[in-house]
Ligand binder design. Structure first.
Ligand SMILES: Cc1cc2nc3c(=O)[nH]c(=O)nc-3n(C[C@H](O)[C@H](O)[C@H](O)COP(=O)(O)OP(=O)(O)OC[C@H]3O[C@@H](n4cnc5c(N)ncnc54)[C@H](O)[C@@H]3O)c2cc1C
Length: 320
């Protein structure tokens, strides 16, 4: 089998390279030769391919796809790339779109799937995916007993970055399987991040608030600290359920899963369902007035105190 690592890349609705690309290509470069695949981005193929090469793709395969079809053309293109390259692994983002594409692709070609990897490595028998399970309580590994391993990778979890490569684009010939496919009739970007505040998924810094903030008005303290740090805003489910912020900001098992360099939890107790979405953050800081709060078990730095006393001082110190 080759040491080709096929990497399915996504573009955003406004035609940019999705933020998952750097971690995917970084992970692929640890294992072999990263070969990127884009589907259905005719207008800006060149700029997307250049961005992928700058992130380490040694070759970029492009397939026209069918612009308004959901998933099926991606599966066709993955299968065609698979036949062409015989890759040792296929990596994709752990996003709704890529999860569905990878599942269908694996079923079609009959390869093993590992879901939600936080890292990848190689041992003497092949490629190994690493996972953070049960809210981060366990680290487990998975691998294929034979053949190619298809893996979805949690965004933000892989730190390794590949060196840039010269641009090498190749048009991929894809025979359509004519699989029935949902049609995309319109695209509306919900809760678009503002220029001053990054999007939660993929952010390198996140400041999250919980029920301890007390009200939507007081939740602005979380936003103020986030803006001081150039961080994204997140929240616990209790804060969402109480109406402090929209559900799109929920971090956790049933919300967004993040793995930033810095995660600050304000007035969050640290329930297992919350930890499931942030435990792989590189540095965790917790501020909570209850010294027995479970969030302190996973925090690298903890402050036992009232957020309304501690955070304004922190903001003032950061602004000094
Ligand atoms: C199936 C299922 C899925 C779930 N999915 C998620 C999920 O995705 N994400 C998620 O977050 N939760 C999820 N939950 C809910 C989860 O179990 C907890 O209920 C929730 O995370 C608690 O949120 P919290 O920490 O903000 O609230 P609490 O547990 O009420 O904690 C509030 C904390 O604030 C502290 N505090 C209060 N006032 C102050 C102050 N002035 N200064 C400092 N600290 C203060 C308190 O000491 C306390 O520790 C899920 C639950 C279930 C059953």
């Amino acid at each position: 089998m080759s040491q080709n690592i096929l990497v399915l890349l996504e573009a955003t609705a406004d035609g940019q390279l999705a933020k998952s690309a750097d971690g995917l290509l970084g992970a692929a470069s640890k294992l072999g030769s990263p070969i990127a695949l884009f589907v259905g981005q005719e207008e800006n193929t060149e700029s997307l391919a250049s961005a992928a090469a700058a992130l380490g793709a040694v070759k970029v395969l492009v397939s026209d796809g069918v612009a308004d079809s959901y998933v099926a053309p991606i599966v066709d293109a993955l299968a065609a790339s698979f036949d062409k390259l015989q890759p040792e692994a296929v990596l994709a983002a752990h996003s709704d779109l890529s999860k569905e594409a990878i599942a269908r692709f694996a079923a079609r070609v009959g390869c093993a799937v590992s879901i939600d990897a936080v890292d990848l490595s190689r041992d003497e028998e092949g490629i190994v995916a690493h996972h953070s399970a049960y809210g981060g309580a366990y680290t487990v590994t998975s691998t294929a007993t034979f053949g190619t391993l298809a893996v979805t990778v949690r965004q933000g979890a892989v730190e390794h970055r590949a060196a840039g490569a010269p641009l090498d684009i190749e048009k991929l010939e894809v025979a359509s399987s004519n699989t029935k496919s949902a049609k995309i009739t319109s695209v509306e970007i919900a809760d678009a991040p503002t220029e001053s505040r990054p999007e939660l998924r993929g952010a390198t810094r996140v400041v999250s608030g919980g029920r301890g903030l007390g009200s939507a008005e007081k939740f602005t303290l979380v936003e103020e600290l986030a803006d001081t740090l150039g961080a994204a805003v997140g929240a616990s489910r209790a804060a969402v359920d109480a109406g402090f912020v929209p559900q799109s900001l929920q971090v956790g098992q049933t919300g967004v899963q993040v793995a930033p360099q810095l995660y600050i939890a304000l007035g969050i107790s640290g329930a297992i369902q919350h930890k499931a979405g942030m435990q792989t953050s590189k540095t965790i800081i917790a501020i909570n007035k209850d010294e027995t709060a479970p969030i302190f078990d996973i925090a690298d730095f903890g402050v036992v105190g009232d957020v309304f006393v501690v955070v304004p001082q922190l903001i003032a110190a950061l602004k000094d």
